[in-house]
Design a protein around this ligand. Structure first.
Ligand code: ADP
Ligand code: MG
Length: 510
Protein backbone atom coordinates (compact mmCIF):
# COMPACT_ATOMS: atom_id res chain seq x y z
CA UNK A 1 0.00 0.00 0.00
CA UNK A 2 2.87 2.31 0.88
CA UNK A 3 4.51 1.67 -2.47
CA UNK A 4 1.19 2.30 -4.19
CA UNK A 5 0.81 5.61 -2.37
CA UNK A 6 4.28 6.69 -3.41
CA UNK A 7 3.61 5.95 -7.06
CA UNK A 8 0.29 7.72 -6.76
CA UNK A 9 1.94 10.73 -5.13
CA UNK A 10 4.60 10.97 -7.82
CA UNK A 11 1.87 11.47 -10.40
CA UNK A 12 0.54 14.33 -8.38
CA UNK A 13 4.03 15.71 -8.04
CA UNK A 14 4.35 15.70 -11.80
CA UNK A 15 0.96 17.34 -12.18
CA UNK A 16 1.77 19.97 -9.62
CA UNK A 17 5.06 20.99 -11.11
CA UNK A 18 4.04 20.75 -14.75
CA UNK A 19 0.59 22.28 -14.72
CA UNK A 20 1.41 24.88 -12.15
CA UNK A 21 4.42 26.10 -14.08
CA UNK A 22 2.57 25.91 -17.34
CA UNK A 23 -0.22 28.07 -16.00
CA UNK A 24 2.33 30.48 -14.58
CA UNK A 25 3.78 30.87 -18.06
CA UNK A 26 0.29 31.30 -19.49
CA UNK A 27 -0.57 33.94 -16.94
CA UNK A 28 2.56 35.89 -17.71
CA UNK A 29 1.96 35.59 -21.44
CA UNK A 30 -1.54 36.96 -20.98
CA UNK A 31 -0.30 39.70 -18.70
CA UNK A 32 2.30 40.82 -21.21
CA UNK A 33 -0.20 40.86 -24.03
CA UNK A 34 -2.57 42.87 -21.89
CA UNK A 35 0.09 45.38 -20.92
CA UNK A 36 1.27 45.76 -24.49
CA UNK A 37 -2.25 46.20 -25.76
CA UNK A 38 -2.96 48.71 -23.05
CA UNK A 39 0.10 50.74 -23.98
CA UNK A 40 -1.26 51.58 -27.40
CA UNK A 41 -4.44 52.90 -25.82
CA UNK A 42 -2.57 55.37 -23.66
CA UNK A 43 -2.63 59.01 -24.64
CA UNK A 44 0.52 60.53 -26.13
CA UNK A 45 0.73 62.67 -23.00
CA UNK A 46 1.62 59.57 -20.98
CA UNK A 47 4.73 58.93 -23.06
CA UNK A 48 5.94 62.51 -22.55
CA UNK A 49 6.71 61.60 -18.97
CA UNK A 50 7.64 57.94 -19.16
CA UNK A 51 10.91 56.99 -20.83
CA UNK A 52 10.67 54.06 -23.22
CA UNK A 53 13.25 51.98 -21.37
CA UNK A 54 11.28 52.14 -18.14
CA UNK A 55 8.13 51.01 -19.84
CA UNK A 56 10.02 48.17 -21.48
CA UNK A 57 11.24 47.09 -18.06
CA UNK A 58 7.68 46.84 -16.85
CA UNK A 59 6.51 44.80 -19.78
CA UNK A 60 9.44 42.38 -19.73
CA UNK A 61 11.18 42.21 -16.34
CA UNK A 62 8.37 43.06 -13.98
CA UNK A 63 5.99 40.55 -15.50
CA UNK A 64 8.82 38.02 -15.22
CA UNK A 65 9.05 38.66 -11.50
CA UNK A 66 5.34 38.11 -11.16
CA UNK A 67 5.77 34.68 -12.71
CA UNK A 68 7.60 33.46 -9.61
CA UNK A 69 4.53 34.25 -7.60
CA UNK A 70 2.55 31.64 -9.49
CA UNK A 71 5.38 29.22 -10.09
CA UNK A 72 6.51 28.62 -6.52
CA UNK A 73 5.13 31.07 -4.02
CA UNK A 74 1.45 30.31 -4.31
CA UNK A 75 2.07 26.55 -4.52
CA UNK A 76 4.19 26.62 -1.40
CA UNK A 77 1.67 28.68 0.49
CA UNK A 78 -1.25 26.60 -0.64
CA UNK A 79 0.28 23.24 0.18
CA UNK A 80 1.79 24.75 3.33
CA UNK A 81 -1.59 25.81 4.62
CA UNK A 82 -3.14 22.43 3.85
CA UNK A 83 -0.27 20.73 5.63
CA UNK A 84 -0.49 23.06 8.63
CA UNK A 85 -4.20 22.47 8.99
CA UNK A 86 -3.62 18.71 8.99
CA UNK A 87 -0.94 18.90 11.63
CA UNK A 88 -3.02 21.17 13.82
CA UNK A 89 -5.90 18.73 13.66
CA UNK A 90 -3.55 15.95 14.69
CA UNK A 91 -2.21 18.09 17.54
CA UNK A 92 -5.68 18.82 18.85
CA UNK A 93 -6.59 15.15 18.74
CA UNK A 94 -3.40 14.36 20.62
CA UNK A 95 -3.73 16.90 23.41
CA UNK A 96 -5.80 20.06 23.48
CA UNK A 97 -3.67 22.00 25.95
CA UNK A 98 -0.44 21.40 24.13
CA UNK A 99 -2.11 22.18 20.85
CA UNK A 100 -3.38 25.50 22.19
CA UNK A 101 0.17 26.31 23.17
CA UNK A 102 1.32 25.86 19.59
CA UNK A 103 -1.46 28.07 18.29
CA UNK A 104 0.61 30.99 19.44
CA UNK A 105 2.67 30.39 16.32
CA UNK A 106 -0.02 31.71 14.03
CA UNK A 107 -0.12 35.36 15.19
CA UNK A 108 3.66 35.28 15.48
CA UNK A 109 3.97 34.06 11.95
CA UNK A 110 1.50 36.64 10.75
CA UNK A 111 3.30 39.46 12.55
CA UNK A 112 6.50 38.26 10.99
CA UNK A 113 5.10 38.43 7.46
CA UNK A 114 3.93 41.96 8.16
CA UNK A 115 7.23 42.99 9.63
CA UNK A 116 9.17 41.51 6.74
CA UNK A 117 6.86 43.30 4.34
CA UNK A 118 7.58 46.60 6.05
CA UNK A 119 11.30 46.29 5.58
CA UNK A 120 11.44 44.47 2.28
CA UNK A 121 8.78 46.39 0.35
CA UNK A 122 10.83 49.57 0.14
CA UNK A 123 13.94 47.68 -0.90
CA UNK A 124 12.08 45.71 -3.51
CA UNK A 125 10.56 48.85 -4.92
CA UNK A 126 14.00 50.41 -5.11
CA UNK A 127 15.37 47.36 -6.90
CA UNK A 128 12.58 47.47 -9.48
CA UNK A 129 13.06 51.22 -9.88
CA UNK A 130 16.76 50.87 -10.47
CA UNK A 131 16.12 48.05 -12.87
CA UNK A 132 13.89 50.43 -14.83
CA UNK A 133 16.57 53.14 -14.67
CA UNK A 134 19.15 50.71 -16.02
CA UNK A 135 16.85 49.84 -18.90
CA UNK A 136 16.10 53.48 -19.63
CA UNK A 137 19.77 54.42 -19.57
CA UNK A 138 20.64 51.57 -21.87
CA UNK A 139 17.88 52.51 -24.28
CA UNK A 140 18.90 56.14 -24.37
CA UNK A 141 22.53 55.21 -24.85
CA UNK A 142 21.91 52.91 -27.75
CA UNK A 143 19.73 55.45 -29.52
CA UNK A 144 22.14 58.28 -28.89
CA UNK A 145 25.31 56.31 -29.58
CA UNK A 146 26.50 58.51 -32.42
CA UNK A 147 26.09 61.67 -30.35
CA UNK A 148 27.76 60.08 -27.34
CA UNK A 149 30.73 59.08 -29.45
CA UNK A 150 30.84 62.39 -31.30
CA UNK A 151 31.02 64.31 -28.03
CA UNK A 152 33.42 61.80 -26.48
CA UNK A 153 31.05 61.18 -23.63
CA UNK A 154 31.48 57.40 -23.47
CA UNK A 155 32.96 57.56 -20.02
CA UNK A 156 30.33 59.88 -18.57
CA UNK A 157 27.48 57.79 -19.85
CA UNK A 158 29.34 54.77 -18.51
CA UNK A 159 29.55 56.48 -15.13
CA UNK A 160 25.86 57.20 -15.04
CA UNK A 161 25.08 53.64 -15.96
CA UNK A 162 27.46 52.31 -13.33
CA UNK A 163 25.78 54.49 -10.76
CA UNK A 164 22.36 52.98 -11.45
CA UNK A 165 23.86 49.55 -11.53
CA UNK A 166 25.62 50.21 -8.26
CA UNK A 167 22.47 51.42 -6.54
CA UNK A 168 20.70 48.33 -7.83
CA UNK A 169 23.44 46.16 -6.38
CA UNK A 170 23.35 47.91 -3.04
CA UNK A 171 19.61 47.55 -2.67
CA UNK A 172 19.97 43.89 -3.63
CA UNK A 173 22.64 43.39 -0.98
CA UNK A 174 20.50 45.01 1.68
CA UNK A 175 17.62 42.78 0.75
CA UNK A 176 19.89 39.77 0.77
CA UNK A 177 21.02 40.72 4.24
CA UNK A 178 17.44 41.05 5.41
CA UNK A 179 16.57 37.71 3.89
CA UNK A 180 19.52 35.94 5.46
CA UNK A 181 18.74 37.46 8.83
CA UNK A 182 15.15 36.41 8.74
CA UNK A 183 14.39 33.22 6.88
CA UNK A 184 16.09 30.22 8.51
CA UNK A 185 17.37 31.87 11.64
CA UNK A 186 13.95 32.97 12.64
CA UNK A 187 12.21 29.65 12.17
CA UNK A 188 14.96 28.10 14.22
CA UNK A 189 14.53 30.62 17.02
CA UNK A 190 10.76 30.30 16.99
CA UNK A 191 10.95 26.55 17.16
CA UNK A 192 13.21 26.66 20.16
CA UNK A 193 11.05 29.24 21.91
CA UNK A 194 8.16 26.89 21.45
CA UNK A 195 10.09 23.95 22.88
CA UNK A 196 11.20 26.05 25.82
CA UNK A 197 7.58 26.95 26.44
CA UNK A 198 6.72 23.30 26.25
CA UNK A 199 9.37 22.24 28.76
CA UNK A 200 8.31 25.06 31.03
CA UNK A 201 4.66 23.97 30.86
CA UNK A 202 5.53 20.40 31.60
CA UNK A 203 7.95 21.03 34.43
CA UNK A 204 6.05 23.89 36.04
CA UNK A 205 2.32 23.35 35.63
CA UNK A 206 1.61 19.66 35.77
CA UNK A 207 4.57 17.41 35.15
CA UNK A 208 3.76 13.78 34.83
CA UNK A 209 0.37 14.31 33.26
CA UNK A 210 1.68 13.52 29.81
CA UNK A 211 2.80 10.09 28.85
CA UNK A 212 6.12 9.69 27.11
CA UNK A 213 4.25 8.56 24.02
CA UNK A 214 2.19 11.73 23.83
CA UNK A 215 5.28 13.86 24.33
CA UNK A 216 7.19 12.01 21.66
CA UNK A 217 4.32 12.36 19.20
CA UNK A 218 3.94 15.99 20.11
CA UNK A 219 7.57 16.84 19.55
CA UNK A 220 7.48 15.01 16.25
CA UNK A 221 4.39 16.92 15.14
CA UNK A 222 5.85 20.26 16.14
CA UNK A 223 8.93 19.45 14.11
CA UNK A 224 6.71 18.68 11.17
CA UNK A 225 4.79 21.87 11.78
CA UNK A 226 7.92 23.86 11.14
CA UNK A 227 8.59 22.23 7.83
CA UNK A 228 5.83 24.05 5.88
CA UNK A 229 6.38 27.14 8.00
CA UNK A 230 10.02 27.42 7.07
CA UNK A 231 9.18 26.66 3.47
CA UNK A 232 6.69 29.50 3.42
CA UNK A 233 9.12 31.80 5.13
CA UNK A 234 11.78 31.03 2.55
CA UNK A 235 9.31 32.12 -0.15
CA UNK A 236 8.57 35.43 1.52
CA UNK A 237 11.34 37.13 -0.42
CA UNK A 238 9.88 36.03 -3.73
CA UNK A 239 6.40 36.97 -2.59
CA UNK A 240 7.56 40.48 -1.77
CA UNK A 241 9.43 40.79 -5.04
CA UNK A 242 6.38 39.73 -6.99
CA UNK A 243 4.28 42.15 -5.00
CA UNK A 244 6.52 45.07 -5.89
CA UNK A 245 6.74 44.04 -9.53
CA UNK A 246 3.03 43.35 -9.79
CA UNK A 247 2.27 46.75 -8.37
CA UNK A 248 4.27 48.38 -11.15
CA UNK A 249 2.59 46.33 -13.83
CA UNK A 250 -0.86 47.15 -12.53
CA UNK A 251 -0.04 50.84 -12.13
CA UNK A 252 0.57 50.81 -15.85
CA UNK A 253 -2.61 48.86 -16.50
CA UNK A 254 -4.60 51.31 -14.40
CA UNK A 255 -3.51 54.29 -16.47
CA UNK A 256 -6.54 55.73 -18.15
CA UNK A 257 -6.56 54.89 -21.84
CA UNK A 258 -8.88 55.05 -24.79
CA UNK A 259 -9.75 51.74 -26.36
CA UNK A 260 -9.33 51.74 -30.12
CA UNK A 261 -12.84 51.50 -31.46
CA UNK A 262 -14.07 49.89 -34.62
CA UNK A 263 -16.14 52.99 -35.36
CA UNK A 264 -15.69 54.42 -38.77
CA UNK A 265 -16.88 57.71 -40.12
CA UNK A 266 -17.36 58.55 -43.74
CA UNK A 267 -14.61 60.61 -45.22
CA UNK A 268 -15.14 64.19 -44.06
CA UNK A 269 -14.99 67.03 -46.56
CA UNK A 270 -12.30 68.63 -44.49
CA UNK A 271 -13.72 71.87 -43.07
CA UNK A 272 -11.65 72.48 -39.96
CA UNK A 273 -12.54 75.08 -37.40
CA UNK A 274 -10.75 76.08 -34.21
CA UNK A 275 -12.92 78.16 -31.91
CA UNK A 276 -11.30 80.02 -28.96
CA UNK A 277 -8.95 77.15 -28.25
CA UNK A 278 -6.74 77.34 -25.18
CA UNK A 279 -4.21 74.68 -24.45
CA UNK A 280 -1.32 73.83 -22.15
CA UNK A 281 0.80 70.71 -21.72
CA UNK A 282 1.49 71.53 -18.10
CA UNK A 283 -0.87 73.48 -15.95
CA UNK A 284 1.12 76.69 -15.49
CA UNK A 285 2.39 77.17 -18.99
CA UNK A 286 -0.13 78.28 -21.59
CA UNK A 287 1.00 77.12 -25.00
CA UNK A 288 -1.95 78.20 -27.14
CA UNK A 289 -4.10 81.19 -26.32
CA UNK A 290 -7.54 81.91 -27.70
CA UNK A 291 -6.97 80.43 -31.11
CA UNK A 292 -9.68 80.89 -33.71
CA UNK A 293 -9.40 80.08 -37.36
CA UNK A 294 -11.18 78.31 -40.11
CA UNK A 295 -9.88 76.13 -42.92
CA UNK A 296 -12.29 75.32 -45.68
CA UNK A 297 -12.32 71.97 -47.41
CA UNK A 298 -9.56 71.70 -49.98
CA UNK A 299 -7.68 74.75 -48.80
CA UNK A 300 -4.04 74.93 -47.88
CA UNK A 301 -3.31 76.63 -44.60
CA UNK A 302 0.23 77.56 -43.71
CA UNK A 303 1.40 78.02 -40.14
CA UNK A 304 4.50 80.10 -39.63
CA UNK A 305 6.21 81.50 -36.57
CA UNK A 306 9.30 81.16 -34.42
CA UNK A 307 10.27 77.83 -33.06
CA UNK A 308 8.25 77.14 -29.93
CA UNK A 309 5.38 79.38 -30.98
CA UNK A 310 2.95 76.47 -30.87
CA UNK A 311 2.62 75.34 -34.48
CA UNK A 312 3.11 71.65 -33.82
CA UNK A 313 0.89 71.88 -30.77
CA UNK A 314 -2.01 72.98 -32.97
CA UNK A 315 -1.55 69.85 -35.04
CA UNK A 316 -1.33 67.73 -31.90
CA UNK A 317 -4.76 69.02 -30.98
CA UNK A 318 -6.14 68.39 -34.43
CA UNK A 319 -4.95 64.78 -34.25
CA UNK A 320 -6.38 64.51 -30.76
CA UNK A 321 -3.05 63.47 -29.32
CA UNK A 322 -4.03 66.01 -26.72
CA UNK A 323 -7.32 67.74 -26.01
CA UNK A 324 -7.74 71.49 -25.60
CA UNK A 325 -8.32 73.00 -22.15
CA UNK A 326 -11.00 75.31 -23.50
CA UNK A 327 -12.68 75.91 -26.81
CA UNK A 328 -13.73 73.53 -29.54
CA UNK A 329 -12.24 72.01 -32.64
CA UNK A 330 -14.73 70.94 -35.27
CA UNK A 331 -14.36 69.01 -38.49
CA UNK A 332 -17.25 69.45 -40.93
CA UNK A 333 -19.08 71.12 -38.06
CA UNK A 334 -18.74 68.16 -35.69
CA UNK A 335 -16.82 68.51 -32.44
CA UNK A 336 -13.78 66.26 -32.60
CA UNK A 337 -14.28 65.41 -28.94
CA UNK A 338 -17.45 63.57 -29.88
CA UNK A 339 -15.73 61.41 -32.47
CA UNK A 340 -13.59 58.42 -31.73
CA UNK A 341 -9.98 59.46 -32.18
CA UNK A 342 -9.31 56.32 -34.19
CA UNK A 343 -12.12 56.94 -36.66
CA UNK A 344 -10.96 60.50 -37.07
CA UNK A 345 -7.32 59.59 -37.70
CA UNK A 346 -8.43 57.16 -40.35
CA UNK A 347 -8.93 60.22 -42.55
CA UNK A 348 -5.88 62.16 -41.53
CA UNK A 349 -2.32 61.97 -42.73
CA UNK A 350 0.80 63.37 -41.20
CA UNK A 351 4.39 63.91 -42.28
CA UNK A 352 6.78 65.01 -39.58
CA UNK A 353 10.22 66.53 -39.73
CA UNK A 354 11.68 63.35 -38.23
CA UNK A 355 9.85 60.54 -40.01
CA UNK A 356 9.56 57.34 -38.05
CA UNK A 357 10.00 54.13 -39.98
CA UNK A 358 9.40 50.62 -38.77
CA UNK A 359 11.22 47.35 -39.28
CA UNK A 360 10.18 45.84 -42.61
CA UNK A 361 10.74 46.75 -46.23
CA UNK A 362 10.41 50.20 -47.75
CA UNK A 363 7.20 49.16 -49.48
CA UNK A 364 5.76 47.83 -46.22
CA UNK A 365 6.51 51.15 -44.60
CA UNK A 366 4.68 52.98 -47.35
CA UNK A 367 1.61 50.77 -47.00
CA UNK A 368 1.76 51.04 -43.20
CA UNK A 369 -1.62 52.76 -42.91
CA UNK A 370 -3.29 50.50 -45.45
CA UNK A 371 -1.53 47.14 -45.48
CA UNK A 372 -3.92 45.79 -48.11
CA UNK A 373 -2.70 48.31 -50.72
CA UNK A 374 -1.46 46.73 -53.94
CA UNK A 375 2.01 47.10 -55.36
CA UNK A 376 0.67 49.39 -58.07
CA UNK A 377 -0.93 51.70 -55.55
CA UNK A 378 2.36 51.91 -53.70
CA UNK A 379 4.18 52.73 -56.92
CA UNK A 380 1.57 55.32 -57.78
CA UNK A 381 2.01 57.30 -54.56
CA UNK A 382 5.78 57.05 -54.89
CA UNK A 383 5.44 58.62 -58.31
CA UNK A 384 3.04 61.27 -57.01
CA UNK A 385 5.43 62.47 -54.35
CA UNK A 386 8.19 62.65 -56.93
CA UNK A 387 10.22 59.80 -55.50
CA UNK A 388 10.25 57.48 -58.47
CA UNK A 389 13.94 57.70 -59.08
CA UNK A 390 14.96 57.85 -55.45
CA UNK A 391 12.84 55.28 -53.63
CA UNK A 392 11.41 53.45 -56.63
CA UNK A 393 14.46 51.18 -56.91
CA UNK A 394 14.71 50.42 -53.19
CA UNK A 395 11.10 49.42 -52.52
CA UNK A 396 12.09 45.94 -51.39
CA UNK A 397 15.05 46.90 -49.31
CA UNK A 398 14.81 46.13 -45.63
CA UNK A 399 14.44 48.98 -43.19
CA UNK A 400 15.95 48.51 -39.77
CA UNK A 401 14.71 50.25 -36.67
CA UNK A 402 13.87 53.87 -37.43
CA UNK A 403 15.34 53.58 -40.90
CA UNK A 404 18.87 54.30 -39.79
CA UNK A 405 20.30 52.96 -43.03
CA UNK A 406 18.41 55.43 -45.21
CA UNK A 407 19.18 59.05 -45.88
CA UNK A 408 16.86 61.62 -44.38
CA UNK A 409 15.62 62.59 -47.84
CA UNK A 410 14.71 58.97 -48.55
CA UNK A 411 13.01 58.62 -45.20
CA UNK A 412 11.07 61.79 -45.85
CA UNK A 413 9.88 60.65 -49.26
CA UNK A 414 8.75 57.34 -47.79
CA UNK A 415 6.81 59.15 -45.14
CA UNK A 416 5.19 61.42 -47.75
CA UNK A 417 4.14 58.37 -49.74
CA UNK A 418 2.89 56.70 -46.57
CA UNK A 419 0.67 59.68 -45.75
CA UNK A 420 -0.65 59.94 -49.26
CA UNK A 421 -1.52 56.26 -49.59
CA UNK A 422 -4.31 56.52 -47.03
CA UNK A 423 -5.83 59.33 -49.12
CA UNK A 424 -6.45 61.52 -46.09
CA UNK A 425 -9.10 64.25 -46.04
CA UNK A 426 -6.79 66.31 -43.88
CA UNK A 427 -3.05 66.29 -44.39
CA UNK A 428 -0.52 67.78 -42.02
CA UNK A 429 3.01 68.53 -43.11
CA UNK A 430 4.97 69.59 -40.06
CA UNK A 431 8.27 70.97 -41.30
CA UNK A 432 8.22 68.00 -43.58
CA UNK A 433 10.81 69.35 -45.96
CA UNK A 434 13.11 71.03 -43.45
CA UNK A 435 15.43 68.06 -43.36
CA UNK A 436 15.70 67.35 -47.04
CA UNK A 437 18.09 68.88 -49.49
CA UNK A 438 16.85 71.48 -51.93
CA UNK A 439 16.92 69.04 -54.81
CA UNK A 440 14.68 66.54 -53.04
CA UNK A 441 12.53 69.41 -51.86
CA UNK A 442 12.10 70.48 -55.46
CA UNK A 443 11.00 66.92 -56.27
CA UNK A 444 8.49 67.01 -53.46
CA UNK A 445 7.27 70.47 -54.37
CA UNK A 446 6.48 69.19 -57.83
CA UNK A 447 4.31 66.49 -56.37
CA UNK A 448 2.90 68.86 -53.81
CA UNK A 449 -0.05 69.95 -55.87
CA UNK A 450 -1.00 66.35 -56.42
CA UNK A 451 -0.60 65.86 -52.70
CA UNK A 452 -2.85 68.75 -51.79
CA UNK A 453 -5.49 67.98 -54.33
CA UNK A 454 -8.85 67.09 -52.78
CA UNK A 455 -7.83 67.54 -49.18
CA UNK A 456 -7.36 70.21 -46.58
CA UNK A 457 -3.66 70.64 -46.03
CA UNK A 458 -1.84 72.23 -43.14
CA UNK A 459 1.73 73.14 -43.91
CA UNK A 460 4.18 74.18 -41.28
CA UNK A 461 7.29 75.49 -42.92
CA UNK A 462 10.33 77.54 -42.11
CA UNK A 463 11.20 78.31 -45.69
CA UNK A 464 8.49 80.83 -46.51
CA UNK A 465 9.12 80.45 -50.22
CA UNK A 466 7.40 77.06 -50.00
CA UNK A 467 4.11 78.43 -48.74
CA UNK A 468 3.55 81.46 -50.94
CA UNK A 469 0.59 79.79 -52.66
CA UNK A 470 -1.25 78.96 -49.45
CA UNK A 471 -4.87 80.07 -49.25
CA UNK A 472 -4.30 81.37 -45.80
CA UNK A 473 -1.19 82.00 -43.77
CA UNK A 474 -1.41 82.13 -39.98
CA UNK A 475 1.47 83.84 -38.24
CA UNK A 476 1.94 82.62 -34.70
CA UNK A 477 3.76 84.26 -31.87
CA UNK A 478 3.89 82.69 -28.43
CA UNK A 479 0.71 80.72 -28.93
CA UNK A 480 -1.33 83.49 -30.48
CA UNK A 481 -2.22 84.29 -34.05
CA UNK A 482 -0.78 87.73 -34.66
CA UNK A 483 -1.41 88.00 -38.40
CA UNK A 484 -3.43 86.15 -40.97
CA UNK A 485 -4.11 86.37 -44.67
CA UNK A 486 -2.61 85.43 -48.00
CA UNK A 487 1.00 86.03 -48.85
CA UNK A 488 0.18 89.24 -50.69
CA UNK A 489 -2.11 90.52 -47.92
CA UNK A 490 0.57 89.93 -45.35
CA UNK A 491 3.29 91.60 -47.36
CA UNK A 492 1.11 94.68 -47.64
CA UNK A 493 0.57 94.71 -43.89
CA UNK A 494 4.18 95.45 -43.24
CA UNK A 495 4.24 93.36 -40.07
CA UNK A 496 5.94 90.30 -38.63
CA UNK A 497 5.43 88.21 -41.73
CA UNK A 498 6.92 90.79 -44.03
CA UNK A 499 9.97 91.09 -41.77
CA UNK A 500 10.41 87.32 -41.72
CA UNK A 501 10.01 87.13 -45.45
CA UNK A 502 12.45 89.89 -46.23
CA UNK A 503 14.96 88.44 -43.86
CA UNK A 504 14.81 85.14 -45.74
CA UNK A 505 14.86 86.82 -49.12
CA UNK A 506 17.93 88.69 -47.99
CA UNK A 507 19.69 85.51 -46.94
CA UNK A 508 18.68 83.80 -50.14
CA UNK A 509 19.97 86.71 -52.22
CA UNK A 510 23.26 86.95 -50.41
N1 ADP B 1 5.08 67.37 -24.99
C1 ADP B 1 5.28 68.57 -24.48
N2 ADP B 1 5.21 68.77 -23.16
C2 ADP B 1 5.39 70.00 -22.63
N3 ADP B 1 5.66 71.09 -23.34
C3 ADP B 1 5.74 70.97 -24.68
C4 ADP B 1 5.56 69.70 -25.31
N4 ADP B 1 5.71 69.89 -26.64
C5 ADP B 1 5.97 71.19 -26.82
N5 ADP B 1 5.99 71.85 -25.65
C6 ADP B 1 6.19 73.30 -25.47
O1 ADP B 1 5.13 73.95 -26.12
C7 ADP B 1 5.60 75.10 -26.80
C8 ADP B 1 5.18 75.04 -28.27
O2 ADP B 1 5.84 73.96 -28.88
P1 ADP B 1 5.58 73.53 -30.38
O3 ADP B 1 4.14 73.55 -30.63
O4 ADP B 1 6.29 72.26 -30.62
O5 ADP B 1 6.30 74.70 -31.18
P2 ADP B 1 6.63 74.83 -32.72
O6 ADP B 1 6.14 73.62 -33.42
O7 ADP B 1 5.94 76.09 -33.15
O8 ADP B 1 8.11 74.99 -32.82
C9 ADP B 1 7.09 75.17 -26.60
O9 ADP B 1 7.33 76.10 -25.59
C10 ADP B 1 7.46 73.78 -26.12
O10 ADP B 1 8.50 73.84 -25.20
MG1 MG C 1 7.18 72.13 -34.38
Amino acid sequence: MYLGLIVFASFFQYGQSFYLKKSAHLIVRQMRNDVFQHLSKLPVRFFDHHPAGKIVARVTNDTEAVRELYMTVLATFFSGIVYLTGIYIALFILDVRLALLTLVLIPLFYAWIQLYHRFAAGLNRRIRDKNADINAAMNENIHGMSIIQAFNQESSSQKQFEQFNDEHYRAQTKLLNLNSLTSHNLTFVLKNILFTGLIWTISGGGGGIFSIGVLYAFVDLVNRLFEPLSQMVSQLAKLEQARAAGQRVFELMDEQGEAPSDDTIIRPKGDVQFDSVHFSYEKEKRVLKDLTFQANAGQTIALVGHTGSGKSSIMNLLFRFYDPDEGTITIDGLNTKDMSAGALREHMGIVLQEPYLFTGTVAENISYGRPEATRDEVKRVVRLVGGETIIGPILDEPVTERGATLSSGERQLISFARALLVDPAILVLDEATSNVDTETEAHIQQGMNALKNGRTTFVIAHRLSTIIDADQILVLDRGQIVERGTHDDLLKRNGTYRRMYELQQGTDAS
